[in-house]
Structure formats: C-alpha cells, structure tokens
Design a protein around this ligand. Sequence first.
Ligand code: C2E
Ligand code: MG
Ligand code: MG
Ligand code: MG
Length: 291
Amino acid sequence: ASKADKKGLFRFYNDELYQRIRSKLDAEEELAHAIASRQFEVHYQPRADTRSGEIRGFEALVRWMHPVRGMILPSHFIAMAESTGSIVALGSLVMQSVFEQLAQWRDAGETLVPVSINISPSQLDAGGVDHQIQSLLEQYDMQPELIEVELTESVMMSEAESIVEQIANIRKMGVKLHLDDFGTGYSSLSRLQEIDMQVIKIDRAFVSRLGTSNQADVLVKTIVLMAKELHMEIIAEGVETPLQLDALRHLECNEVQGYLIARPVSPKEATALLRQRFLLDASKPEAEPPA
Ligand code: C2E
Ligand code: MG
Ligand code: MG
Ligand code: MG
C-alpha cells in the first residue's frame, strides 16, 4: 500500500469504529478460545407435572464459566457464537455433556428423566445434527426417549431440504421434538401438524401475564386446547408465581417450568432435584364451579 493509504489506515485504526471492531474481534477470539478450552458447563432446569408435582424432565442450558468474569448467561454469547459459526463446536460440547450426565446418572442408579437440548437454526444450517445425535445415542447406548430436542418456530417453518431432513431423521430415532418459545414466532398452524412435533412450550411472554390479563388467559387457553386436539404435550415456560401456576392448573396445562419450581442448577444440584422427585406442592386449586 502507498504511504497515503497507510496514513488513511492509521487514522482508521485510531478511530472509535475501529475500537469497536477490535473489541468485537477480541470477544470473538475469546469465545473461540473458551470453547477450545471448554470453559462451559451445562446447567439443568427441571419441569414438573402440575398435578403430582413430580419432576418430568430437565432442560439443558449452557453457561460460560469465565475464569475472571464468572458465570456468563447465553444471552451474552449465543448470538455471537451463531454469527461466527462457533455455535457448532459449542453445540457439540453441550450435547456431549448432556449424554455424559445422563450416563453418569444411569450408572449411579438414579431414576432418569428426559433432558431437552436447545438447537439453534445455525446448527441445523451447518448440518449433521442428526448424525451427531445418532452417534451419541450409540456411543452412550442411550435410550432415545431420554433425549429431546428444542427447536424454535423459525426452524420448524423452514422448508430448506437439509433442515427438514435432519429434523425428520432426529424424530425417526425416537427423539421427541419440542417447539420452543411458542407464540413468539410466526408458525403456520398447518405446518405444525405436518411436522410431527410432540411438545409445545408456551413462551414466558404469555405465561407472565396469566391471571392479570384476560387476553393472556384466552391465548393460553386456546394454545392448550389446540395442543390437545393435535395430541401434543404442553409445557408452560417461565412460571414465576403461584397465581400463574393456579391459572395453568385451571387451564389443564399439565407441565410447568420456571423459577417457581426451580432455577437452572448445576449438575450436582440437578442430582438432588432428581432424588427429591416432587418439586411442587400437589395441592389442587379450588375446584371450578360447575358450568
Ligand atoms: P430458552 O430455550 O427459551 O430457555 C429458557 C430461558 O428462560 C433460560 O434462560 C431460563 O433460565 C430462563 N427461565 C426459566 N424459567 C424462568 C422464569 O421463571 N423467569 C425468567 N425470567 N426466566 C426463566 P437462559 O439459560 O439464559 O437461556 C436463554 C436462551 O439461550 C435459551 O432460551 C435458548 O434459546 C438459548 N440457549 C441456552 N442454552 C443453549 C444451548 O446449549 N444451545 C443453544 N443453541 N441455545 C441455548
Ligand atoms: Mg429452550
Ligand atoms: Mg423457551
Ligand atoms: Mg427463549
């Protein structure tokens, strides 16, 4: 480059935009390093049956255990991992870790419950998610019923051949599919039926307004009825208050997840929850007066 060019570059390097690009690159590099050195831990959030209070499953939620900054939540790094492609390696770590945990529980004679794993659209774009799950099932000799996959509406609505095929293959293995964050995307209801999902997770945005917004009550009621008609299971996400839980019981939503039941916890604490087995007071709300 000519001298003039270099001068231009020099100015650019000093400028604020450059600093921002630089720190973005640093952050990306740090994330890549963190993945290579396995600074991640999978935490587990249980879900429970609203009638018996019994634990029904766990959701695997990744955490970055940063040596200096401490525990970092996914909202601070998942988007970057997706845009740089490092989500593929991170996703592999998560899957590996879940299988390892289940195998450990199994070998210790614990009563097992299914664990659901979040899969990003970019992981399916990259491809091979079906093969990855298949080989882990074989490697760990794991019952496919113990593994579940959480996909968002955008993935479910995708018509990309490779994505449709991976999803169909995962389903064929006997792995249940959850439609995560239901109600926040733009699902077509007809596609819902085609796709053979087993579980709908109602997004926290609806759950949080239950019992205080008539509109939210009607929406959740409608989603529950629709799920029943389609023979799908339903899980309400983000249940934080007894009021919300009562409303969900009235609406016959049979599974709940949220801080009211338990926050996502370390593997060690998850083992304790597994042994505790009953996570909710099974007391029913007041019986509904006859119509
Ligand atoms: P998600 O799959 O919808 O997970 C639920 C999120 O809501 C979790 O946040 C969970 O901690 C939080 N949550 C649960 N109950 C409550 C509640 O009662 N109140 C409130 N306010 N929040 C609650 P988290 O762990 O920060 O994860 C955020 C998102 O990051 C997840 O949303 C998921 O989309 C993504 N994610 C997490 N782990 C992974 C992973 O291993 N792979 C991929 N691809 N994505 C992941
Ligand atoms: Mg999820
Ligand atoms: Mg969700
Ligand atoms: Mg979400």
